[in-house]
Design a protein around this ligand. Structure first.
Ligand SMILES: [Zn+2]
Length: 442
C-alpha cells in the first residue's frame, strides 16, 4: 500500500509541487491584500485646521537678473488683440470649474486653444504679486512693486500698451466686472504709486486714450455729497457727460448709434457688478460677454473710420474674490461668466481671422486644491475642493498661471514666460512699423 502511494507521489511530484506553490502564493497574496487594506484603513487621519499644517520657510537666493525671453519673429501680424485676464485664476481654478461643470471629460473654451504656456508672476519686490504689479507687467513690460500702477519701482512713469499703440493707429477698450478703477484695468490707463488712490485713477482713466471703458465703479466718479466716495469733491459725471457718452444701464449697450460715438464710459454698478451676496446681475448690469460684444462692435466701427486695429482687455475680476473668500460656488459662477466672454472672443477670431486672443491671469488666489474625499479613498464619486491660504479670507499665491493663445501672433505665447514677456509678445504680434498717429482724433 505504502509503496503504491510513494510511487504515485514520485510520478506526480512535479504537478504536486506546482499545485502546492500556487496555493501558497495565492494564500500569501490574499493575506497580503487583506493586511494592506487593514493597514490603510487604520492610518490615522489627524484632525486639524489650516493653522496646523506643516510649513517650510525658506530664504530665497537673490541677485539673478531677469532675462527677457527670446521671441520668434511673427510671420502674420494680428490686426486686433483681445486679452482676457481672469484675476486669480491658475490651473486649479480652471480644473475645478471644468470638473464641476461637466466632469473630468468636459472641455472648456480654453482647452480648445491651440497654444498654451506658463506665466511666472512675481513682482519687483515680492514673490507673491498683487494685481497692480502683475497688471503693470502686462500693460508695460516692466516689473514694479506691489501696489503700483503704470510706474516702475522708482516711480517713473512707464508708457503703457494703450498709450503706445494709440500712436500707431489702434483703438483700445477696457472691461471689468469690478469697479473699473480696480488694479487690472487701471494698469492699462493710469499711473499712480498706490492702487487705492481711486480719485486719481478714475480721473486719469477718463482722460486716457482708451475709447471704451466698461465696468462698475460709479462711486469713484462722484463726490460724497452726491452719494459717491470721492474725497476730492470732484464730480466726474459732469466731465464725462460734457465730452463723452456715459452709460449706466446694460440696455444702452444695444444702442447701435453708440458704436461710433466718440468715447464711452459705462458704469453699471456703484462698485462691482454683482458679488458674492448678490449672485445674479442687477437688471441694469451687463454680463462680461455683453460688454465684450459692445466693445467689439465699437472697435469695428472705429476701424471702418480709419483705425488700423484694436486692443480690448477684459477682466474677469471676481474669480480672485471667490479665492479670497474661499467660495467654490462663487468661483464657478465667475469662471462661467468669464468663459462666455472667452468663447465669444474665440468665435469672433475664428471668423475674423485677424484677431489674436490671449487668455491668462495675473496670479493664483486661495491655494485651491482638488483632493480625494479622504486620503484613503480615491474611488469615491465626490471630489474635495479646498482653499488653503487662510480660512475665511485667503491670499494670493506664487503659483504660476496658464496662458492660452489663438490667432495670428500666437506663436510666442508658449513655454515658460515671465509676465513681462507677455507684453513684449503682444507688441511683437502687432504691426508697429510706422507711427501713424492717433486714429480717433484727440
Ligand atoms: Zn489679481
Amino acid at each position: 500500500m505504502m509503496d503504491q502511494i510513494f510511487s504515485y507521489l514520485k510520478k506526480n511530484i512535479l504537478i504536486i509541487g506546482i499545485v502546492f506553490s500556487l496555493g501558497a502564493f495565492t494564500g500569501y497574496k490574499v493575506l497580503e491584500s487583506i493586511g494592506v487594506a487593514a493597514l490603510i484603513a487604520n492610518i490615522p487621519i489627524p484632525e486639524g485646521s489650516i493653522a496646523d499644517k506643516d510649513v517650510f520657510i525658506k530664504n530665497l537666493p537673490e541677485g539673478k537678473i531677469l532675462e527677457p525671453k527670446e521671441l520668434v519673429s511673427v510671420d502674420r501680424k494680428a490686426k486686433n488683440i483681445i486679452l482676457l485676464i481672469a484675476d486669480g485664476m491658475s490651473i486649479s481654478q480652471v480644473s475645478s470649474y471644468r470638473l464641476i461643470k461637466g466632469g473630468p471629460n468636459e472641455r472648456l473654451a480654453v482647452d480648445k486653444f491651440p497654444i498654451s504656456g506658463i506665466v511666472l508672476t512675481h513682482s519687483e519686490d515680492a514673490v507673491v504679486t498683487d494685481s497692480a504689479s502683475s497688471a503693470t507687467a502686462y500693460s508695460t513690460g516692466f516689473k514694479t512693486n506691489n501696489g503700483a500702477l503704470g510706474l516702475d519701482k522708482d516711480l517713473n512713469v512707464l508708457e503703457n500698451l494703450t498709450e503706445k499703440i494709440h500712436t500707431y493707429g489702434y483703438v483700445s477698450s477696457l472691461i471689468s466686472t469690478s469697479e473699473i478703477t480696480h488694479a487690472t484695468p487701471a494698469a492699462f490707463a493710469s499711473h499712480v504709486d498706490l492702487r487705492w488712490k481711486t480719485d486719481e485713477i478714475s480721473k486719469q482713466m477718463i482722460d486716457s486714450d482708451v475709447m471704451t471703458i466698461l465696468g462698475g465703479g460709479r462711486h469713484f466718479f462722484l463726490p460724497e455729497d452726491m452719494g459717491g466716495k470721492r474725497d476730492d469733491g470732484l464730480n466726474l459725471y459732469e466731465q464725462v457727460e460734457s465730452t463723452q457718452t456715459l452709460l449706466t444701464h446694460k440696455d444702452q449697450l444695444n444702442d447701435e448709434s453708440l458704436t461710433s460715438s466718440k468715447k464711452v464710459i459705462g458704469l453699471f454698478a456703484d462698485e462691482h457688478i454683482r458679488d458674492i451676496e448678490k449672485p445674479d446681475n442687477h437688471p441694469s448690469e451687463p454680463s462680461t460677454k455683453d460688454m465684450l460684444d459692445f466693445a467689439i462692435k465699437r472697435s469695428e466701427s472705429f476701424m471702418e473710420g480709419g483705425c488700423k486695429g484694436s486692443f480690448i482687455m477684459v477682466e474677469g475680476s471676481q474669480v480672485d474674490w471667490a479665492g479670497h473668500s474661499n467660495n467654490i460656488d462663487y468661483l464657478v459662477r465667475e469662471m462661467q461668466d468669464f468663459e462666455e466672454a472667452v468663447q465669444m472672443a474665440k468665435s469672433y477670431a475664428e471668423q475674423d481671422n485677424e484677431t489674436l486672443v490671449i487668455v491668462t491671469a495675473d496670479h493664483e488666489t486661495g491655494g485651491l486644491l482638488i483632493e480625494p474625499l479622504k486620503p484613503t479613498q480615491y474611488t469615491a464619486p465626490e471630489v474635495k475642493f479646498s482653499f488653503n491660504t487662510g480660512i475665511g479670507y485667503g491670499s494670493h499665491t506664487g503659483v504660476p498661471v496658464p496662458i492660452y493663445a489663438y490667432g495670428p501672433g500666437s506663436e510666442n505665447f508658449t513655454g515658460t514666460m515671465d509676465n513681462t514677456d507677455v507684453y513684449r509678445a503682444m507688441l511683437a504680434a502687432l504691426d508697429l512699423n510706422v507711427e501713424t498717429g492717433s486714429c480717433v482724433g484727440d
